[in-house]
Unconditional design. Structure first.
Lengths: 55, 275
């Protein structure tokens, strides 16, 4: 989270990049960052997509 | 009696850093108003120092060596470690209370082994609360960390004993001291699930917390907490320690799950101080 900010990655881009990483490499399988939330977008205030849907 | 105030509040970085992305600005401002009321209550208590029981996020302690408990005894601190433009809190110096913190540490050590630190870089976990509670950074701060990040995490019953030891320590000194626990309840920080909030789980926990029901609070286990409340749920330890220190009933002053851009259920509460 802090490293993404250091690189100047915007919040919604940061979340999307993590999702892309999970799609490409699979979810974290063990440890404190093993995924339990489903990988969906829960941030309704998100920026508008090209289709005009709020993420 | 020298513990004059005890409460809890959320600390997620989005609370300041993503304030401008909130759609429900009325709800956001309601939250900020509750935080400002907490500031006023701390000031009205006459507190001479503020203990902040936080969950440090790899700014000072790392997975290879993270103490279960640590108390800051430094003369002053600096923060935030994060980019000020990202957190929207400018870097600043925060006064410590070395003599008082050292006396508190010695008393805590009678029953709970704690580390202490003379150097401590504050991350959002402390700077977001201070941004609202001591916005002039003129109150001496005693940072306290409970390991909520790197297994093995301290058991909840030990967390309770740590909070009780802090209370005993506060009562052993003549200074008036305020104490807040700051953490999230359910949340999934630094994962693609950031923004998810398990409101029913949060409200159940807050019910147990406000009734200061020790048995009910200590009945949680990390496996279930992880499944239901994410890895951020481990930070309930900071709230439980505050409850143990206060001993009294709580008053939930604000809670909402309707600000997911803050990536946490936003909470403000205070406890009565009981014997």
């Amino acid at each position: 989270m802090h490293f993404a900010a250091l690189l100047g990655i915007e919040w919604f881009d940061y979340l999307e990049m993590m999702r892309e990483g999970v799609n490409k490499y699979g979810p974290v399988r063990a440890g404190v960052y093993a995924m339990t939330g489903g990988g969906e977008s829960f941030t309704v205030e998100g920026k508008e997509t090209e289709e005009g849907k709020a993420q | 009696m020298s513990l004059v105030y005890a409460g809890v509040l959320s600390h997620a970085p989005g609370i300041t850093g993503r304030a401008d992305l909130v759609k429900d600005t009325e709800k956001r401002d309601e939250f900020y108003t509750a935080l400002d009321r907490q500031r006023q209550e701390i000031e009205d208590s006459g507190a001479e120092a503020l203990i902040v029981i936080a969950a440090e996020h790899f700014a000072n302690f790392f997975m290879n060596n993270m103490p279960a408990y640590c108390i800051g005894i430094g003369n002053r601190y600096e923060g935030p470690i994060e980019d000020p433009d990202w957190l929207k809190i400018q870097k600043t110096k925060v006064p410590g209370a070395p003599d008082l913190a050292t006396r508190l540490t010695k008393e805590v050590m009678r029953t709970v082994d704690t580390a202490y630190a003379e150097e401590w870089k504050f991350d959002h976990g402390i700077m977001v609360p201070l941004n609202f509670l001591t916005p002039r950074y003129d109150m001496p701060i005693i940072p306290v960390n409970i390991n909520c990040q790197g297994p093995p995490l301290t058991p909840l019953n030990r967390t309770w004993e740590f909070g009780a030891a802090l209370r005993r320590a506060c009562d052993s000194v003549p200074e008036k001291i305020a104490l807040v626990g700051t953490g999230g309840i359910s949340h999934w920080p630094a994962t693609p699930d950031s923004g998810k909030i398990n409101e029913p789980w949060d409200r159940e926990f807050l019910g147990r917390l406000m009734s200061n029901d020790k048995e009910a609070l200590l009945s949680y286990n990390d496996e279930e907490t992880y499944q239901e409340a994410g890895q951020g749920g481990f930070e309930i330890r900071t709230y439980i320690a505050a409850a143990a220190a206060a001993k009294g009933q709580g008053e939930l002053q604000f809670y909402t799950a309707e600000l997911p851009i803050f990536a946490v259920g936003c909470t403000v509460a205070k406890f009565s101080i009981s014997d």
